[in-house]
Ligand binder design. Structure first.
Ligand code: DC
Length: 224
């Protein structure tokens, strides 16, 4: 049976996560949030005091044996690490930092590959990340690269934080996003870049629904 694979890569704040979930729901496909895997591994290693020794073989073993579960529920997906709910913890800035440290280590990325391949099940998969179309699923039937200017991503994040009652400064948010882009794009292993056969969408001046429609037209044409 054919397993249709749709990859959605791009920088943080481009709307990737929201769009990947909408596309997966529309086609009734499985969903891989690969960023969550890096966050979970970062948290697992931090809890074991291993963040200073990420090149150790022991860290590769921890990555391979990572005890995690993704349990869909009425609110989204419950994420567990070592049997405990970490759904909210892994979204913190702190765990984002751990994840970005883990993400530059080649052998740790390699240790997470099998786990990512395991998500590719019938009828299909929507894989969200940085290297889904370039490294993990290079033969995917539909590849999308969703981007947006750093300024528009910073504005979205600013509004989101304001809505949560935070008094974060716009200039600090923008600087943070630019630094993260640089780290993701300039790293040696699996840098963030569009696959040569990716459909590139710039969401700076588009609504979620407009981007969703563009993606759907593209995917339907390829999978027709
Ligand atoms: O998308 P996110 O913010 O949850 O990703 C967390 C970190 O993991 C971020 O530093 C980028 C990294 N990442 C990666 O290197 N490769 C992926 N496929 C997904 C995320």
């Amino acid at each position: 049976m054919t397993v249709h694979i749709i990859t959605i890569d791009g920088p943080s704040g481009s709307g990737k996560g929201t769009l990947a979930a909408k596309i997966a729901q529309h086609y009734q496909y499985h969903l891989l949030d690969s960023g969550a895997l890096y966050r979970l591994l970062g948290l697992a290693l931090a809890r074991r005091n291993k963040l200073q020794t990420l090149h150790d073989e022991e860290c590769v073993e921890i990555a391979k044996k990572l005890d995690i579960q993704f349990e869909p529920n009425e609110f989204g997906v419950l994420v567990k690490l070592d049997g405990h709910d970490v759904t909210n913890i892994i979204r913190s800035e702190q765990v984002g930092e751990y994840a970005s440290k883990v993400a530059v280590i080649e052998q740790l990325r390699a240790a997470l590959l099998d786990r990512q391949y395991a998500f590719a099940q019938a009828p299909g998969l929507v894989a969200d990340g940085r290297d889904m179309g370039t490294v993990v699923f290079p033969n995917a039937g539909a590849k999308i690269y969703l981007t947006a200017s750093a300024e528009s991503r910073a504005t979205r994040r600013y509004k989101q934080l304001q809505g949560m009652g935070s008094d974060a400064k716009m200039s600090a948010i923008l600087a943070n996003i630019q630094a993260r882009d640089k780290r993701d794009m300039e790293r040696e292993v699996a840098p963030l870049k569009p696959a040569s056969d990716a459909y590139i969408i710039d969401s700076s001046d588009l609504t979620i629904d407009e981007v969703f429609q563009m993606m759907k037209v593209h995917i339907d044409r390829l999978f027709a």
